[in-house]
Design a binder for this molecule. Structure first.
Ligand code: C5P
Length: 222
């Protein structure tokens, strides 16, 4: 039998990461941070001097990505070729480059199998842009989470500030909007809600309210 899957798609900074982590924890399910795979591809390419325009080169990097996700004290540590890159992949520069490499279909194809391998018992919560439309089209529950770019920028700045990283609101908002633009307008797997997804505007919802809403939906569907 296939493992049950809940997909959470939506634009950057909508809180998908926090919500899916909490949800996976409460359900005791696995968690796939698909954005991390695109970020890792971008970082590996940067380390190896491969241009963000070189589709063939980037596809090779994605195919051979030497990455391990290690669970440590309830946190996920991400190792890339023996380096702990947990923090390094979260910078705006890597995020921007991730959205550039993610526009190439050969890169996306190279990461497909790796993503599907996460769908094992007892279940999977998958966070990304195309989880419901491409990677897990048969998922039992699909959520498309949005929030205004103003609210998403506010959340991202709060997150960065909490980590002691200085951030300029207007710059963060501009970056978010530029990334949205690229993610929504690319030819391959553009950011769009699956026709069978529940669209959830979280602008005025707390994290807890969002998690509870999804848990309830999951329960209702058995
Ligand atoms: O979610 P996160 O900000 O980590 O994603 C980084 C970038 O990776 C996104 O801007 C998007 O371009 C790309 N991505 C994607 N498909 C996914 C997840 C992320 O194209 N499933």
């Amino acid at each position: 039998v296939d493992a049950p899957v809940i997909t959470l798609d939506g634009p950057g900074g909508a809180g998908k990461g926090t919500v899916s982590t909490l949800l996976a924890e409460r359900l005791g399910w696995h968690f796939l941070d698909s954005g991390a795979l695109y970020r890792l591809t971008a970082l590996a390419a940067m380390n190896h001097g491969i241009e963000m325009t070189n589709e063939a080169g980037l596809a090779v990097v994605a195919e051979h990505l030497d990455v391990t996700f290690v669970q440590q004290d309830g946190e996920t540590v991400i190792m890339l070729e023996n380096d702990n890159v947990t923090e390094a992949i979260r910078t705006e520069e890597v995020g921007t480059n991730a959205s550039k490499v993610a526009a190439f279909s050969r890169v996306r194809d190279a990461l497909l199998k790796r993503q599907r391998a996460f769908a094992v018992q007892p279940g999977l919560v998958a966070d990304g842009r195309d989880m419901g439309t491409v990677v897990f089209t048969k998922a039992g529950l699909k959520i498309f989470m949005t929030a205004t770019s103003h609210e998403r920028a506010r959340r991202r700045v709060a997150q960065l500030t909490a980590k002691g990283i200085e951030a300029d609101f207007d710059q963060v908002k501009a970056d978010i909007e530029e990334r949205d633009e690229r993610d929504m307008n690319r030819k391959t797997a553009p950011l769009v809600a699956a026709s069978d997804a529940i669209e959830l505007d979280t602008t005025e919802m707390s994290i807890e309210a969002v998690v509870r809403f999804i848990e309830q939906e999951a329960k209702n569907r058995g």
